[in-house]
Design a protein around this ligand. Sequence first.
Ligand code: SAH
Length: 355
Amino acid sequence: MNSDLEEMLRLIDKLETTRDLTDEEFEKVLLCEDPAFSGELSARARKVREGIYGKEVYLRGLVEFSNFCKNNCKYCGIRRDNKNAQRYRLSEEEILSCCDMGYELGFRTFVLQGGEDPHFTDERLVPLIRKIKENHPDCAITLSIGEREKESYRKLFEAGADRYLLRHETADKAHYEILHPKEMSFEHRMQCLRDLKEIGYQVGAGMMIGSPCQTTAHLIEDLRFLQDLQPEMVGIGPFIPHHDTEYKDQKAGTVDMTLRLLSVIRLLLPQVLLPATTALGTIDPMGREKGILAGANVVMPNLSPSAVRGKYLLYDNKICTGDEAAECIRCMTMRVQKVGYQVVTDRGDHIRFKK
Ligand code: SAH
């Protein structure tokens, strides 16, 4: 074995035992394209994940309940200024029936995701969350509906929401300000994450890999931020351009960089819930399987009604927009099995939150 590779393998040992590296070492790990190194990095991440969660893969039923959005994030296909997006909003009955169908299919977590739609006030969301919990008391509810005030987060938590996904998108303020319009604030996004933690949610942060102007130094800042926040979940996936945004001609993030980051995050935060995302499955037909083999332990099949699936388009060529929920879960179960893991009917809480 050459000495460079030996040195790189020592970095994996160090990362696993100390859960830390210097910036220079992180940079070497993120930039190393030697397949022998990547193979060892993902094998180590798998071992750590199996030590905690075994071979189980947790399911989340994703209900994309509205694509109305008051924000204008430059990378996102459902940004306010995209006049070509066909807007839709599910009714309370439709959302409840997605959850009922999901329950039958074996889902025990429902993720309600949407744009920042002003229609969904606390007065509308609180009874909705209560009803889902009444109908399915053994299920967890995850919200992914963007930035709100702390009081609102508290009301939704008290109504029964268990988890909240709010990707930080980038931990670098200047980079954040490139990706977002002036009216959005880096400080407010960070404040939201701290508020969510304080209230008691299982919190998910995360970033896109390969977003416009992102550097390796930014990714290292993201890792430092995750070390500091200690989120229960981390959602990462490649940036993929959307044809109706100013980033339409930008390059997408790569599979390899996303996989290296999944493994590094597994070693940094061994207990974290880490999804193999739809975006990863979009840039590579085997992306989600590769994600699981790199240390991911969650998949999020789509539960949205087929009539609206083709409208929740954050980026181009999104997969599974034509399938029925039952088909999605059948396909996911098989894909997971093929790489030696097993989808389970379980809430799939973070180990610190297990009852
Ligand atoms: N409105 C909610 C949900 C956003 S959608 C919120 O603000 O949290 C979920 C995630 O999709 C975003 O956080 C972003 O990281 C990701 N996303 C948006 N546009 C994308 C693109 N073009 N490529 C890849 N991921 C994208």
